[in-house]
Design a protein around this ligand. Structure first.
Ligand code: GLV
Ligand code: MN
Ligand code: MN
Length: 421
């Protein structure tokens, strides 16, 4: 039987999201809400992975884990030689997360499989559901890491050698948690990849639209800056004799904001999300400051200019104050990635066939899809969020209906990409 529209079990999808959110749950003091802390390859992430694998197996998927810890669940098609239609996302989280970022794409993929099983629908191509390792990049410093290794942009050796803030290696954590799988880390090019994800922004809600058809992902530049100054007594050291690393760090923050406000770098966004001074004591001029800089820009040339401006500013910091020195470490860098017109069209038509209003938009956040796009035609489905689409926060929320609608579109899109007999 040929089905044209697939409607998933929204209540079952919601229950899966809520059950996974219990793994790594914590009570967030600031919001009074229950949040999720499932940093990559922690015990909580490992428990979440085991739960997801059990759901995959119960849905009849054949599970393989690769040397990067990426998990793939496969449902065979009638043409075993055909390249699979791939979906998925990540279940690792930032330390202050909600229930939806990444999880919707993974659990949505599993829900699609459950629905096809119940309806007895077979596809010509195999279907695979992926869970990529360390998408967030907050533990080991490079985002979209598992998918970047799967796509061949970053090497397994690079990834395994990355360390967290305590010096623990990713390779060691893969072994400790039992997710150093036997499968080769390079993914054979799928037929197509489609990822369903919450928007993490306000655009869809403001437009009163259910579904986003994602046109691509903007460029991302992450670096860590370390400023070395000179520790000194806060009461006795004359201002002109100080080499204050904390002051220099503050100047970087202010300079970045001035760069954004100048409008000279297009739609640049700049964030210093981590800033620490040492020795971190009331009456000592900071000897050292560490900060991270997150730049986003949809225009690669403007991004390169912004990076050059920042580098030049760091040189002036050194020149302005004897005793200050600055070093930088590249953490992550991706260019603007446009998505495939053909897959976008399939998504837009699926949304229309489900009677769901949709619009096209560029993703402000990074996603595994931007890496898999190097291997095969790729695009994403965005689901709208409440509260201005707040994300990376326990207030992150998309309604059960919005989640179900996004996964309905995912199901129909995958079915059309995988083909029926
Ligand atoms: C991923 O969540 C990002 O930082 O965009
Ligand atoms: Mn995500
Ligand atoms: Mn995220």
């Amino acid at each position: 039987m040929t089905e044209h529209l697939i409607t998933v079990d929204g209540a079952r999808l919601w229950q899966s999201l809520m059950d996974l959110a219990e793994v790594g749950a914590y009570d967030d003091e600031r919001t009074g809400l229950r949040g999720v802390n499932r940093l990559a390859l922690t015990d909580a992430d490992a428990a979440g992975r085991r739960l997801v694998i059990s759901w995959m197996e119960r849905a009849g998927l054949t599970v393989r884990v690769d040397r990067m810890g990426n998990i793939y669940g496969r449902r065979e098609g009638t043409d075993p030689g055909a390249r699979p239609a791939l979906t998925g996302s990540h279940i690792d989280s930032v330390a202050t997360a909600g229930a939806f970022d990444g999880c919707l794409g993974v659990l949505g993929g599993i829900e699609v499989v459950r629905t096809l099983n119940e309806r007895g629908i077979t596809t010509r191509r195999p279907l695979e559901v992926a869970v990529f390792t360390e998408e967030e990049g907050v533990r080991f410093g490079t985002d979209m890491l598992g998918s970047a290794v799967a796509a061949g942009r970053l090497s397994l050796e690079y990834a395994h050698a990355l360390t967290d803030r305590h010096g623990v290696t990713l390779g060691g954590e893969l072994a400790r948690t039992g997710f150093d799988g036997p499968a080769g880390e390079r993914l054979d090019p799928p037929h197509a990849y489609v990822e369903c994800h919450i928007e993490q922004g306000p655009v869809l809600a403001q437009a009163g639209v259910e579904i986003g058809v994602v046109t691509g992902v903007q460029g991302i530049s992450w670096q860590e800056i370390t400023i070395h100054g000179r520790a000194a007594h806060a009461g006795t050291t004359p201002t002109e004799l100080r080499a204050d690393a904390g002051l220099a760090a503050a100047r970087v923050v202010v300079h970045l904001r001035a760069m954004v406000d100048s409008g000279a770098y297009g739609e640049l966004r700049a964030t210093v999300g981590h800033l620490a001074v040492h020795p971190d004591l009331t009456n000592i001029v900071p000897a050292r400051a560490e900060l991270t800089v997150d730049l986003r820009n949809p225009d690669d040339a403007q991004m390169a200019r912004a990076e050059e401006d920042l580098a030049a500013f760091l040189c002036t910091l050194e020149d302005d104050r004897p005793g200050l020195s600055v070093s930088t470490r590249r953490m992550a860098r991706t260019a603007h990635v446009p998505f495939d017109d053909g897959v976008r069209k399939v998504i837009a038509e699926a949304a229309g066939d489900h009677g769901l209003a949709h619009l096209s938009l560029l993703s402000g956040a990074g996603h595994d899809a931007q890496e898999i796009a190097a291997l095969c035609p790729t695009a994403m489905i965005f689901v709208r969020g409440e509260y201005d689409g707040i994300s990376h926060n326990p207030r992150e929320y998309s309604t059960p209906e919005a989640c179900a609608h996004g996964v309905d579109v995912l199901a129909t899109t995958l079915l059309r990409l995988a083909g029926q007999d």
